[in-house]
Design a protein around this ligand. Sequence first.
Ligand SMILES: Nc1ncnc2c1ncn2[C@@H]1O[C@H](COP(=O)(O)OP(=O)(O)O)[C@@H](O)[C@H]1O
Ligand SMILES: [Mg+2]
Length: 322
Amino acid sequence: MSMEEKIPVLQISHLNKTLGNRRILKDVSFETYSGEVFGFLGPNGAGKTTTIKIAVGLLMLDDGEIRIAGHDLCREFEPAMAQVGGIVENPEFYGYLTGYENLKIYADVHEGVTEERIKEVVHLVGLDNRIGEKVAKYSLGMRQRLGVAQAILHRPRLLVLDEPTNGLDPAGTKALRDIIRRLAHEEGISVLVSSHLMSEMEMMCDRVGIITDGVLRSVKPIGEMISAATAPDRVIYVLRVNDAAQAKALIGDLLPEDGEETIDGQTLEISVPAENAEETLADVNGVLAKNGIRIYTVTPKTARRLEDVFIEMTGKGGDQIG
Ligand SMILES: Nc1ncnc2c1ncn2[C@@H]1O[C@H](COP(=O)(O)OP(=O)(O)O)[C@@H](O)[C@H]1O
Ligand SMILES: [Mg+2]
């Protein structure tokens, strides 16, 4: 779907929320569009669930404005809610009923949800073969997919999923991720999905917003989010040599200040300006070879991933991240 076709579905402007006497959300603004997966990324306690609860009508906002498919959440609550489906806490189902029967109960309280629509959503979440089984026998991943099926039964334009892959195994995570992407890209739904896992956002989302301490720090297409913060003005090479200290002394003049550091006796890391990186590296190799340094391997360090950007942006250590 091209950018021109995308229309805003969730519009959050200057959202503020205080709980107890703590400001939880501070002037949060962002939009999500039809046909995209928007990742809401932040460490635990950042304010993701609070934002989502407000967006799905479970919590009142203090200040600001939220529109869903053009309807003001406060003044036109019902038409706004008609366009939202979501899973905030774990979806609750009757374990002694089948997946189909659970959906049927839900469908019966929503006008216009036909048997045909139930079949359609079951297919969309890939439960065709298991929908006749009791939910008690479902894996967590299947329950989440049934949750998604239930959330989209009434054809909402916005689907909101709060940390939907928590607790799922890699296969379950991939299955759910594929469904989420298909719902956005093929069904045109605007999907807002939160996570504290950067690696996951990277694989699932088209755009991502980073929230920490109730403040939305940055919203960008996923590729831009990675490349903006990782814009390679430097390229790092790791050299394995016979004498790293001597090598370091020899190449000092070829590199910018602080451009080289020894890691251990045989490992040297050099940081080279990105323009002319290969020529500079060739010069380095030449000087080393001429002075009798033996070069075993030269490896460019892999580009940083979203995870690195996130850590840099939030200053949070590795314990915050999965
Ligand atoms: N009812 C509440 N009263 C006071 N503080 C709350 C309440 N609910 C959540 N908080 C606090 O708000 C902050 C954001 O929580 P939450 O939105 O759940 O974050 P996240 O989903 O990103 O982990 C946390 O510091 C949490 O302790
Ligand atoms: Mg949460």
